[in-house]
Design a protein around this ligand. Structure first.
Ligand code: NAP
Ligand code: F7E
Length: 357
């Protein structure tokens, strides 16, 4: 049985990746942060208490933190994983302007702490680095593996540091280390303060009569949005090939926030102009205007191809948020997930928070 370690297992991608690896027969270990409240709501449906009811246990959780090298070394040395998926990060771009030093510590230095733990422990683990399209920043679209980086936020700069460290440890220490340069990917499990989820939650709350207005920032930026469960498959593919290499992953289709609003509100026959207000606090000191993936290399060398397109993604997310709030949903998104992925994932554990970055 192969063993995998996932940092950031409590996040959107971590939870989907844990499900994928369990379905492939892996023993999965996840690093979680100690918090005063539960932070495992995205995992509760796959976690079994080791003292429990005789169910087989293949998912184990360990306390650790990306700012504490001792925990990283302990976990890696003791588990001796075959594959490490490093997904943990302070991942919010707007927040990285409020907390640039912290973001550098967690998102940038956290990576070198893990790479050093691999090197010093002598564990022969393959390593996946969650690199980001944000690293392209101001570079002209479409962006691919050859596009020069132009980071425009503390988050992007921290990810770029981690990107180069990953390449350096691959070249200098022969570690099987790869960068997955993933464009935005979303789902019903997306953090509530990223723009897509903020919009689909608001659609549901407005329909339920619980919210009057939705406050947003810049509506003109363009993003290449895909469906997160498909992106974690690409992560696994990158670690399960003969040679380590870096790959861009995205749909090749970009839309503005306005277009997202059109689709999400239009799906339930609302006009977003009646509900959306602009609040300057959501603007960023420097914006990334246009991200569009050229994922031809992934298509060619990994055989990876996205199946869920923009319109379908929006419908999946709106259906899920309507159900979460207790309303009937039109059901087109739900049907797509059931037909193509076999199950309508559980998100009913999700807390509806008032935080609004
Ligand atoms: P996410 O939902 O924000 O999850 C981030 C994870 O990192 C959470 O599990 C979080 O734990 C953990 N974490 C944060 N600070 C930590 C620390 N100091 N020590 C240990 N763990 C810590 O992010 P995501 O959307 O799943 O993205 C996964 C990774 O891919 C991130 O590195 C992100 O930057 C990168 N990425 C994401 C996208 C995207 O569109 N989603 C695109 C490109 C790259 P808590 O639950 O305790 O907060
Ligand atoms: O913003 C605009 C905002 O925060 C998208 C992370 O997963 O993807 C994500 O970063 C766009 C930006 O995602 C609001 O200005 C307008 O232009 O959803 P977002 P992001 O910044 O693209 C990359 C690939 C990552 O790696 C990151 O980890 O939407 N926008 N109004 C808004 N954004 C937010 N959050 N909130 C607003 O009210």
């Amino acid at each position: 049985m192969k063993k995998a370690l996932i940092t950031g297992i409590t996040g959107q991608d971590g939870s989907y990746l844990a499900e994928l690896l369990l379905s492939k027969g892996y023993e999965v270990h996840g690093m979680i942060r100690r918090a005063s409240t539960f932070n495992t709501r995205r995992l509760d449906h796959i976690y079994h208490d080791p003292h429990g009811n005789g169910e087989e246990v293949h998912l184990y959780l360990h306390y650790g933190d990306l700012t504490a090298s001792d925990t990283l070394l302990d976990i890696i040395y003791n588990i001796r994983p075959d594959e490490i998926y490093h997904l943990g990060a302070q991942s919010h771009v707007r927040v990285s302007f409020d907390m640039p030093e912290f973001t550098g510590d967690v998102t940038g230095l956290g990576t070198v702490r893990i790479l050093e733990a691999i090197r010093k422990s002598g564990v022969k683990a393959r390593y996946y680095q969650a690199s980001s399209s944000e690293m392209f920043g101001g570079a002209k679209p479409p962006q691919n593996e050859q596009t020069p980086f132009e980071p425009r936020s503390p988050y992007a700069a921290a990810k770029l540091y981690a990107y180069w460290l990953t390449r350096n440890y691959r070249e200098g220490y022969s570690i099987f280390a790869v960068n997955g340069i993933l464009f935005n990917h979303e789902s019903p499990r997306r953090g509530e303060t990223f723009v897509t989820r903020k919009i689909t939650r608001a659609v549901a709350a407005i329909m339920a009569g619980q919210q009057r207005y939705l406050y947003l920032g810049n509506l003109d930026s363009r993003r290449d949005w895909g469906y997160a469960p498909e992106y974690v498959e690409a992560m696994w593919m990158m670690l399960n090939r003969d040679q380590p290499d870096d790959f861009v992953i995205g749909t090749g289709e970009a839309h503005t926030i306005r277009e997202f609003l059109d689709e999400a509100f239009g799906y339930v026959n609302l006009d977003w102009h009646d509900y959306v207000r602009i609040d300057a606090r959501y603007f960023r000191p420097t914006e990334v205007d246009y991200l569009l993936a050229d994922a031809a290399k992934a298509r060619r060398e990994l055989g990876w191809e996205p199946r869920v397109r923009f319109r379908e993604l929006v419908r999946i997310m709106v259906d899920a948020d309507l159900e979460l709030i207790g309303l009937p949903c039109p059901g087109e998104g739900k049907r797509i997930v059931e037909e193509r992925f076999g199950q309508w994932h559980r998100w009913d554990q999700q807390v509806v928070s008032m935080d609004n970055h």
